[in-house]
Every structure is written in structure tokens, then in C-alpha cells.
Ligand binder design. Structure first.
Ligand code: PHE
Length: 338
């Protein structure tokens, strides 16, 4: 057997090994060359018939070729086995249901705030804002609540010093807005307010109010009632029972208390409505002449009504939430339900 043959056999074999796609193919190659009747096996077996010198040379290269080929086949086998393993473990079920990505969402109070804004905007109201850090003039004096007047006790205030405080209601924005804008006007002012008070199922020291103000030549309480009813209907998506009763606020005359029949217990009485069947959601009234004066408007020229709605209360009624403290608890089990 010529040495050249062994060389070309080796090259051809290596190509075949390289190209083999699976273990069975590789086995066939092994058998064809190195098996009992394999080509290389036959060459090695025929060595004994060769003359001494030739036998030694051919024998050497044939044995070397055998080792190289065995090694190449071994390597290829290992390579095929790992890809095979990969195919098996990487297999995935395309019919299995996908993993649901976690999607964030808005806090229930933010959702309510946006809903309130949307409803009032469709009725021609603009949304404006006021500062959470107020001074005593806007929070009290300008709203007809003089110093040392017992009415200041209506709100337990967080004082910051230097005449500054955290606003106890959004009503200061009434004066701030009327100072800079001439009637007729329709605004709502959503925002956070602070009260230094003991908390329970329906009271928190941080609360969200929406102030409403409408001023024109002729604005009546009947007009207020109509707009309020329309707002409730749109907010709760149904006709809700609400009542307007006389109340007292220094900055409105007359003043009203707005309550809604408790949706949580259908008016039967529960912890949310303190067993009364009604939940107070807003204070309101006709703008007091002194407030117009303090904002630089002539009370003889203008009439107006104002309200301050508690956003937590509205949201509690809408979703039947029985404890106001849940909103700011940060408890995901609560928040994930909205
Ligand atoms: N500011 C009042 C409160 O915080 C509510 C209110 C607003 C009452 C506007 C009358 C008019 O309770």
C-alpha cells in the first residue's frame, strides 16, 4: 500500500467526520474505516504480506493515521453529544401559556383625581393648582377667619413657623385665583391638605381635596345642586342619593354639608359611615362677600358658589373601601386591586 493512499484516505476521512451530522453517521464512518472490514483495518492487516522495509514504513504511517482518526472521531462524538444535550434541554413548549408581565398602574386616588378633573372639564371648569405650604392670610384671614376667632379651631393646623403652615384645605386657592383672574370663572383645584388630627377609619392627617369655584353675575345654589348631581352621576356611573344640609363655614353664606347615602352598606350603617348611613363628602356654600372683597372683587357685582370635596371619601364609596388609612399604607395587596 502506497503512503500517498494513506494520506489521501486520511484527508477524505477527516472531511467525512467533519461533515457528519449525528452519532449514527459517525458510527458508520468508524465502521467503514476502522471496523472489522474497514479500509484502514484491511491495510493494517495486509502489512504482513509486504516486504520488510515497506512494511515498516507503511505500518508506521498507517498506525499513525489510525490514531489520528480515532482521535478525530472521538472529538466529533463529544461535540455531537453536547449539541444533542443542548437541543434536549433547551426545548420549550410553544403551546404553554406565556408569563404575564407585571404592569404598573395608577394609585386609586390618582385615578379618582383624573376622573374628577375630566368630568368638571367637560362642564367648562379649568384645573388649577395652589401651594401646599400656605401662609395664615390665605388659609384663614382672607377666608373670613380672623385671628383668635374660634372658627380657626375647625382645623387643627400644622404650623411651620414664620406665619407659614401646611394648608388645611384647598379654599385658599379661591382667593389666590380671584386675585389674578376676573369672573366669570369656573375652576377646580385638586390638592393635598394636612390636618393635625387623630386618625380613624375615615380620618387621616393627610387628605386629598378638590376645591370647586364658580363665579358669575347670577349664580345660585340651585345651579350648584345641578352641577353637583351631574358630577356624582358621572363619577359613580349611576344615580346616587345625596343630601344638602345647612352647615357653617366662615367663607360661605349660606353654607352646606353634602352627604352621600353610604354605598358600602346601602345606608344601613357601617364603620365607614359611622353607623349613620350617610357619609359626608363635601363642604360647600355661596361665596361670602368678605372673601370677594379680600380677593379684590366687588361683592355687589358677583355671585358664586364653592365646594371642597374629600377625594378619599369619594373613592372609598366608589370602590367600597372601609378604611381611609389603606390609601397611604403602601400595602401592595390593597393597591394591586385597582
Ligand atoms: N374648605 C372646607 C373644608 O375644608 C370645605 C369648603 C370648601 C366649604 C368650599 C365651603 C366652600 O372643610
Amino acid at each position: 500500500m502506497e503512503e500517498i493512499d494513506i494520506k489521501s484516505l486520511k484527508i477524505q476521512l477527516q472531511k467525512e467526520i467533519e461533515n457528519s451530522g449525528d452519532l449514527k453517521e459517525l458510527n458508520d464512518i468508524f465502521n467503514r474505516y476502522l471496523g472489522k472490514k474497514g479500509e484502514l483495518t484491511l491495510i493494517l492487516r495486509s502489512l504482513k504480506d509486504l516486504p520488510e522495509k515497506e512494511r515498516r514504513e507503511t505500518g508506521k504511517s498507517a498506525n499513525q493515521a489510525k490514531q489520528e482518526i480515532e482521535k478525530a472521531i472521538d472529538e466529533k462524538r463529544q461535540q455531537l453529544q453536547t449539541t444533542n444535550h443542548k437541543l434536549q434541554t433547551d426545548w420549550f413548549d410553544i403551546t404553554a401559556p406565556g408569563e404575564k408581565p407585571v404592569v404598573g398602574h395608577l394609585h386609586p386616588l390618582t385615578q379618582s383625581k383624573r376622573k374628577v378633573e375630566e368630568i368638571f372639564q367637560t362642564m367648562g371648569f379649568s384645573v388649577v393648582e395652589g401651594p401646599e405650604m400656605e401662609n395664615e392670610w390665605y388659609n384663614f384671614d382672607a377666608l373670613n377667619i380672623p385671628k383668635d376667632h374660634p372658627a380657626r379651631d375647625l382645623w387643627d393646623t400644622f404650623y411651620l413657623g414664620n406665619g407659614l403652615l401646611l394648608r388645611t384645605h384647598t379654599s385658599p386657592s379661591q382667593v389666590r385665583f380671584m386675585e389674578k383672574n376676573n369672573p366669570p370663572l369656573r375652576i377646580i383645584v385638586p390638592g393635598t391638605c394636612y390636618r393635625h388630627e387623630a386618625t380613624d377609619a375615615s380620618h387621616e392627617s393627610q387628605l386629598y381635596q378638590v376645591e370647586g369655584l364658580m363665579v358669575d353675575k347670577e349664580v345660585s345654589a340651585a345651579n350648584f345642586k345641578a352641577i353637583l348631581g351631574e358630577f356624582f352621576r358621572k363619577f359613580f356611573n349611576k344615580n346616587v342619593k345625596f343630601r344638602i344640609r345647612p352647615d357653617f363655614f366662615p367663607f360661605t353664606e349660606p353654607s352646606f354639608d353634602i352627604s352621600i347615602s353610604c354605598i358600602v352598606c346601602n345606608g344601613k350603617g357601617c364603620s365607614v359611615c359611622k353607623e349613620g348611613g350617610w357619609l359626608e363628602v363635601a363642604g360647600a356654600g355661596m361665596v361670602h362677600p368678605n372673601v370677594f372683597k379680600n380677593a379684590g372683587l366687588n361683592p355687589k357685582d358677583w355671585q358664586g358658589w364653592a365646594f371642597g370635596i374629600g377625594l378619599e371619601r369619594l373613592t372609598m364609596l366608589k370602590y367600597k373601601i372601609n378604611d381611609i388609612r389603606l390609601f397611604r399604607s403602601g400595602d401592595l395587596r390593597f393597591l394591586q386591586q385597582f
